[in-house]
Design a protein around this ligand. Structure first.
Ligand code: ATP
Length: 442
């Protein structure tokens, strides 16, 4: 029985510590002192991340009749980034401290005091700092061999517009979806995995008739907001924030962000922009390749407008963990609980023998082997059963399967549910079916 549940927000330190302790997320290159703006996903982190990406793909590609997937390369022709506007304008205004040489984004500074060393009046005027990572393709390191690590996955879809159209014979409206790594030389990476230099994105480019762009923009805002709610985020911790016209990126006619109320405040998970026909026109002009669409309805060639729901993977992952985190008091003892949606939970079921008794262990391992082809599972026989339940609660495992001495007689096991801690007894022969019924398809 749950006696009380602490609903207040965890602080980020608790989350970072849980993530490291239980193998969700580690600092990159930690044994060398770490690498700013880069994080590594451990055994549970990679499962959670894959589950988020799978849930997104299912929702925006598999489950729809108007979307197709893509996977473009990270390295692209450097002209792509000239045409897209990134080489000229993908920059943040930066302020330097003359006293300690630290550098900050101008919008993170209040007044004229350096947040690092506290010096007053030592800050420079804001200067633009380009966020593109540069490297070289081939053996010669010069201007001609300069290439960029992509700062967004979107351009890989724009430059393949004609290829995808020809291969799939789609009609408007239709969309492409892509998941992949992006890189930005962020000046102040911070808030754990919220702002990093290497991150993953899940982006949709949805091509529409220009006169229908506003309606589709509205549609995608609602669609994307409900994706987060359907996967368990409490609606009161989500909101849409519409950008003022003067704050829009160079390509956008309108943009609204899906924001989550993190411990450090309301912050962006996903941007949903109306990119107009900017990208297709730019690439058409720069490449000389026609990127229009013949609209049979209108009987003319048009350049579609693009609605772009552009989400990160890492920021939503952090939001899913923060939102699921609870501290409860159960019979006078603290239990930390990750109430992750079952389709996101890294481990679906864990098999626990009541003890390391030599008769129980082989039976428990047999049950574990029975489940492994069907679900992501764990097996745990270390320490008391109570402690093992707590360990599973803390990583969000929805079901524990306990093998006890009765199992040896009746060939049945106990399934314990994470949130209610309710227990039911089921025959081993019906265990896979019973778990399948309780879990979403995975
Ligand atoms: P911000 O204003 O926070 O820098 P942005 O508006 O530049 O973000 P977009 O260009 O809209 O971000 O990118 C789409 C999504 O990609 C973001 O909503 C976010 O989830 C993710 N993303 C962007 N930059 C980063 C980053 N540095 N670290 C982690 N995720 C990022």
């Amino acid at each position: 029985m749950t006696e009380s549940s602490q609903e207040s927000k965890p602080d980020m330190e608790e989350i970072v510590s849980l993530c490291k302790r239980r193998g969700f997320i580690f600092q990159s290159s930690e044994i060398y002192g770490g690498m700013a703006g880069a994080w590594d996903y451990g055994p549970l982190g990679v499962e959670l991340k894959n589950n988020i990406k799978r849930a997104w793909w299912k929702s925006v590609v598999q489950g729809r009749d108007d979307m197709v997937g893509m996977d473009a390369s990270i390295l692209m022709h450097p002209q792509v980034w000239v045409a897209s506007g990134h080489v000229a304008t993908f920059a943040d205004p930066m302020v330097d401290c003359r006293s300690c040489q630290a550098r900050f984004r101008a919008d993170e500074i209040e007044g004229d005091v350096c947040p690092n060393c506290g010096a007053k009046g030592q800050l420079t005027e804001p200067r633009m700092f380009n966020l593109l990572f540069k490297t070289f393709a081939g053996p010669v390191e010069n201007e001609a061999s300069t290439v960029y690590l992509r700062p967004e996955t979107a351009q890989g879809m724009f430059v393949n517009f004609a290829n995808v159209l020809a291969a799939t014979r789609r009609k408007l409206p239709f969309g492409m979806a892509q998941i992949g790594k992006s890189f930005r030389n962020e000046v102040t990476p911070r808030h754990f995995i919220f702002r990093t230099r290497e991150f993953e994105q899940m982006e949709i480019e949805y091509f529409v008739r220009p006169q229908e762009a506003e309606r589709w923009h509205q549609y995608w805002m609602e669609e994307r907001l409900s994706w987060y709610v359907d996967l368990g985020i409490r609606p009161e911790n989500l909101r849409l924030f519409a950008h003022a016209k003067e704050d829009l990126a160079h390509y956008a006619a309108a943009c609204s962000d899906v924001e989550y109320q993190f411990p450090m405040g309301w912050m962006e998970l996903e941007g949903i922009a109306n990119r107009t026909d900017f990208d297709l026109r730019q690439h058409s002009e720069a490449s000389g390749v026609n990127l229009t669409f013949f609209d049979e309805e209108a009987g003319e060639h048009i350049t579609p407008y693009i609605i772009e729901p552009s989400a990160g993977v890492d920021r939503p992952l952090l939001a899913f963990i923060v939102d699921a985190y609870r501290q409860e008091e159960v019979r006078g003892e603290k239990r930390v609980l990750l109430r992750l949606h079952p389709s996101l939970a890294p481990v679906k079921a864990t098999v626990l023998p009541l003890s390391r008794n030599e008769r129980l262990v082989p039976k428990a391992r047999e049950v574990w082997a029975l489940l492994r082809p069907h679900f992501m599972t764990q097996y745990d026989d270390a320490q008391s059963i109570g402690r093992r339940y707590r360990r599973q609660d803390e990583i969000g495992t929805p079901y524990c399967v306990t093998v006890d001495f009765d199992t040896l007689e009746d060939e049945a096991v106990t399934i314990r549910e994470r949130d209610s801690m309710d227990q039911v007894r089921v025959p081993i022969g019906g265990l896979v079916a019973a778990l399948r019924e309780k879990l979403p398809p995975c």
